[in-house]
Write a protein that binds this ligand. Structure first.
Ligand SMILES: C[S@@+](CC[C@H](N)C(=O)[O-])C[C@H]1O[C@@H](n2cnc3c(N)ncnc32)[C@H](O)[C@@H]1O
Length: 231
């Protein structure tokens, strides 16, 4: 590799490390209840979407699990859950909130370095997608889709129109992207996933209310045998 190219790679790695590792600072600085996404139990709108999946067993991956309320709900439903988050403090607190025999494996891991050959029946990304930096988004979505053998459920801050919008995060040192539903569906369609269910919810921050899309996708080859989910 040429020297300038090596330098660029090193600088990019350092920048990426800063953006994503700043999450550790978020969980150290704030009490859970002060974080707008925190909830002791799974959000009712997300719960209603998850409950429409007609199976409750198999392997589920919760990406950016935070304090683990989604992982706990999935485990309670019967899924064998792998929950990952980049913040060691989030993982530690999530473990403390989990009953000892729940089938959840928590791991501190960067979602950008997930092993794309691992397969899960269900992959959930709840409120993590909008924190992926714009230059990493395409790669992230293709890895996420590659790991999902059947279902994907996503929740993300949504834009008001059909265009995505970006702004600096109030919490970590990076960019937050508010996505549009059509853009996310268009990204997943060529990777084999079709939208089966959609809803929206509002999250209350310190001074603002955030609108979120909650979308369920299924691999196209499976989508036709599951019309009841759409009803
Ligand atoms: C807005 S919070 C949502 C947390 C959780 N899903 C919830 O609903 O409470 C985003 C989470 O993604 C995690 N995160 C951010 N970037 C990450 C990355 N590259 N890999 C893994 N986790 C990441 C953060 O540490 C944080 O816990």
């Amino acid at each position: 590799m040429a020297k300038s190219s090596k330098t660029k790679t090193a600088l990019r790695l350092r920048a990426t490390k800063t953006v994503y590792d700043s999450w550790e600072g978020v969980y150290r600085r704030h009490k859970p209840e002060d974080l707008p996404w925190y909830s002791p139990s799974v959000h009712p709108v997300l719960k209603a979407v998850l409950d429409r999946i007609p199976v409750t067993q198999g392997g589920a991956l919760d990406i950016g699990c935070g304090l683990g309320q989604v992982a706990r709900y999935l485990a309670q439903r019967g899924w064998s859950v792998t929950a990952i988050d980049i913040s060691a403090s989030a993982i530690r607190k999530a473990k403390q909130l989990t009953v000892p025999n729940a089938t959840i494996t928590y791991t501190r891991q960067n979602s950008l370095t997930l092993d794309p050959t691992r397969q899960f029946d269900l992959v959930v990304d709840y409120l993590h997608l909008h924190d992926i930096q714009p230059e990493d988004l395409d790669k992230y979505i293709s890895v996420l889709a590659g790991m999902a053998s059947d279902w994907i459920v996503m929740g993300y801050l949504c834009s008001k129109g059909h265009q995505k919008t970006t702004r600096p995060s109030q919490y970590f040192e990076g960019i937050v992207t508010q996505h549009s539903r059509s853009e996310i569906s268009a990204a997943l369609l060529p990777l084999g996933f079709r939208e089966l269910a959609f809803d929206q919810c509002a999250l209350r921050g310190a001074s603002t209310e955030y609108q979120c899309d909650i979308v369920m996708f299924r691999r196209s080859s499976q989508a036709t045998v599951c019309r009841e989910v759409q009803q």
